[in-house]
Design a protein. Structure first.
Length: 103
């Protein structure tokens, strides 16, 4: 790494990502199962059966997706907290070294 290269963390992006993931999880959690009331509209029994299978699969995959979104949100939140802590620790260390004459 060169002398002037450094890690730059976009806190705004991490905060908005955390917020967006929380909102996505909320929307996915609030999706209701509407399969019960619509079986009659499909007409033919085989179509209704396939649609029921689709809805069941969707519910299963949605549950896995919600879990993944939650985990990702937790990772983003953890990264954000850790980066902020490191920034604070570096600032405190720098101030301490400045008061001690750089020693």
């Amino acid at each position: 790494m060169g002398r002037h290269e450094r890690l730059v963390v976009d806190y705004t992006l991490l905060e908005s990502s955390k917020s967006n993931l929380r909102e996505i999880k909320k929307v996915m959690d609030d999706i209701d199962d509407h399969s019960e009331g619509i079986q009659d509209i499909w007409g033919h029994e085989s179509v209704a059966g396939k649609m029921d299978e689709f809805v069941t699969n969707w519910d299963n995959y949605r549950e896995k997706l919600v879990e993944s979104v939650q985990e990702l949100g937790e990772h983003v939140e953890g990264a954000l907290k850790n980066f902020k802590k490191q920034d604070l620790d570096l600032m405190n260390s720098s101030e301490k070294n400045g008061k001690n004459g750089g020693k």
